[in-house]
Design a protein around this ligand. Structure first.
Ligand SMILES: NC(=O)c1ccc[n+]([C@@H]2O[C@H](COP(=O)([O-])OP(=O)(O)OC[C@H]3O[C@@H](n4cnc5c(N)ncnc54)[C@H](O)[C@@H]3O)[C@@H](O)[C@H]2O)c1
Length: 429
């Protein structure tokens, strides 16, 4: 099948490459000349494990084609996926300007029968608006059906998530478009949820809202355990064995971040407000998350009552391991708060430093964790990269000025760290 993806970010480039690898001819339309020229050479604009290899392989096989132009790609495609960003506006609502802009362009170039499927996370009713835009602008001879095919991949394991999804949600307005989408997804194993467009749009927000709720619940229980003397990690382990609850997303830490949960929670709150429903539960989920992030710098102030002039090491900047994505990463407000108190910050992250440099200024970027810990008064683990899990803590203790760790992701054995002589503070214990 020949298909098109508009947008070559974490969603567009990964899913386009996987469909190309499955034997389809896949056009990817971008809007930045430099990025498109790089992609043609196999140079990718994001970090995602294993992605560069798949892109290169499919570019060589001429199954993955990058372009700035709509005409050839759209007119030759049976399905056109919209995978552009839908960031938060000031009031929390999803900014759909890119979605609508590309919808117009699709309309102008569609010929024959085309399914326009939205992968971007969009509020209920958006695909209806896309349909209106396309109907108004398209050639009367062209026939277009819209569909909602929300994406659930996780950065850092996006390729395996695309090939082995928990479910594939397909919301359509016609049997014809459903059949085409099912045919494309045939080689991919996963529960199929076939439904209408509005339901598919809502499933994506409901999933992210529930995941955020689990994380905030874990963080609230962890905090309560800390102040009452319970072991929060054991409490969460104890409830996680219950099949009705499940253990995933119950790890307390420095709060959730990233390009999806914070923005989608804000967008769902905005949708609720517009529809006259006060989603109080979700407001609290957001509030608990902000508190969890703030609590890391509060702990720093407890360990070092006067932060002015102190050197603090932050390990891990991306919002989670195995990605360079810095969008809404908890490291940003944590570092800002420490800087406000006059601390000097040294940081290290395996892949996010290039993106971080665009956002975080006046800090020392280091080439490895040990350089970052040298002469430091406090080490804070913000992202649980594997390479931090077995650092030589003996060596770190020797090179730090003051052996103290705030383990924002509970990656170290508290007992061992204390035995080594660290002032160790975890989350929930
Ligand atoms: N990143 C994730 O883990 C993830 C998971 C599931 C769903 N989503 C959703 O998928 C969508 C895309 O997310 P992402 O993380 O891939 O974003 P991204 O910022 O990495 O990628 C967005 C892409 O859209 C392109 N783009 C923006 N405006 C454009 C325009 N006018 N014309 C052509 N291209 C344009 C950008 O150049 C970029 O390639 C969002 O709605 C997001 O909520 C993301």
């Amino acid at each position: 099948m020949t298909i098109t993806f508009i947008g070559h970010g974490y969603v567009g480039l990964v899913t386009a490459s996987v469909f190309a690898d499955l034997g389809n001819t896949v056009w990817v339309i971008g809007h930045t000349k430099e990025k498109i020229e790089n992609l043609k050479k196999g140079i990718i604009p994001i970090y995602e494990p294993g992605l560069e290899e798949i892109v290169k392989r499919n570019v060589r096989a001429k199954r993955l084609l990058f372009t700035l132009e709509y005409d050839k790609a759209i007119s030759s495609s049976s399905i056109v996926f919209i995978a552009v960003g839908t960031p938060s506006r000031e009031n929390g609502e999803a900014d759909l300007s890119s979605v609508f802009e590309v919808s117009e362009k699709i309309a102008q170039h569609s010929t024959g029968y085309t399914v326009v499927a939205t992968k971007s996370t969009v509020p209920v009713g958006t695909n209806k608006k896309i349909k209106e835009i396309i109907e108004e602008k398209k050639n009367p001879k062209a026939e277009v059906d819209v569909a909602s095919v929300p994406e659930f991949l996780r950065e850092g394991q996006a390729i395996s998530d695309t090939l082995n999804p928990d479910r594939i949600v397909i919301g359509t307005e016609s049997k014809k478009s459903e059949k085409l989408l099912l045919e494309l997804h045939k080689p991919i194993d996963g529960n199929m949820v076939l439904t209408n467009i509005e339901t598919a749009e809502m499933i994506k927000y409901a999933a992210n809202a529930f995941l955020a709720t689990k994380i905030s619940f874990a963080n609230a229980i962890a905090h309560l355990s800390e102040v009452t003397g319970a072991d929060g990690l054991k409490v969460l382990e104890g409830i996680g064995y219950d099949k009705r609850i499940g253990a995933s997303f119950l790890s307390p830490g420095a709060g959730y971040g990233g390009s999806c949960l914070p923005k989608d929670i804000k967008a769902l709150l905005n949708i609720s407000q517009k529809n006259g429903y006060d989603f109080g539960l979700l407001r609290q989920v957001h509030k608990v998350n902000e508190e969890a992030i703030k609590r890391i710098s509060k702990k720093a102030k407890k360990v070092l009552p006067d932060l002015f002039g102190k050197t603090i090491t932050v390990l891990g900047l991306s919002f989670k391991p195995n990605t360079d994505d810095m969008r809404d990463a908890p490291s940003i407000p944590i570092i800002a708060s420490l800087k406000r108190e006059g601390a000097k910050i040294k940081i290290y992250d395996p892949v996010a430093i290039t993106n971080a440099k665009k956002i975080i200024k006046d800090i020392v970027f280091c080439k490895d964790p040990y350089e970052a810990c040298k002469d430091s008064d406090l080490l804070i683990i913000v992202t649980e990269w594997n390479e931090f899990k077995q650092l030589d803590l003996n060596k770190i203790k020797k090179i730090m000025r003051n052996p103290a760790i705030i383990d924002g992701r509970n990656i170290y054995d508290a007992q061992k760290a204390k035995e080594l002589g660290f002032n160790y503070v975890g989350v929930g214990r």
